[in-house]
Write a protein that binds this ligand. Structure first.
Ligand code: SF4
Ligand code: SF4
Length: 139
């Protein structure tokens, strides 16, 4: 996949913490055993395909500015591979970050206005975000 100018993970390692990674039997919110705080992935050259293939939406969308990088918001924005949901996956240490960060919330509402099913998830909790700016628990 072509890299978008100005986009790089930099010091962000949010997907190595927040996402469930079956390959490592890793639950949401637990930092991968191979992630070093300052240097990132310690097995970068041999990391599994699930890691090689993953890019969050911030990496892929030219229009999403620097303030939406996941380590700045505690929210990973992504298409869900298993459904048609547009997801905000949130670090369980800040479960309401999808709502308290005004930029993230505005972005999620804009996705809902496009007709997407928008869902914020934090651990076992989830919420649906609607196009009128309202939200409700989602199962
Ligand atoms: S969450 Fe996105 S920006 Fe952060 S490390 Fe993962 S792919 Fe890179
Ligand atoms: S193996 Fe590397 S890239 Fe994959 S989750 Fe662990 S630290 Fe992140």
């Amino acid at each position: 996949m072509a890299t978008i100018p100005g986009k790089s993970c930099g010091s962000c390692t949010m997907c190595c913490k927040v996402l469930v990674i079956d390959h490592f039997k890793k639950d949401a919110g637990i930092l991968c055993q191979h992630c070093a705080n300052k240097t990132g992935c310690t097995i970068y050259e041999t990391r599994p395909d699930v890691c090689r293939d993953y890019e969050c939406d911030w990496m892929m969308e030219r229009s999403m500015g620097p303030l939406l990088r996941p380590d700045r918001t505690n929210v990973i924005l992504q298409e869900d591979a298993d459904s048609d949901e547009y997801q905000a996956v949130v670090d369980p240490s800040t479960p309401m970050a999808w709502r308290t960060n005004a930029l993230v919330f505005k972005f999620l509402v804009s996705k809902a206005k496009e007709g997407r099913t928008v869902v914020a998830k934090s651990g076992l909790k989830s919420w649906r975000i609607f196009d009128n700016g309202q939200y409700a628990p989602w199962t």
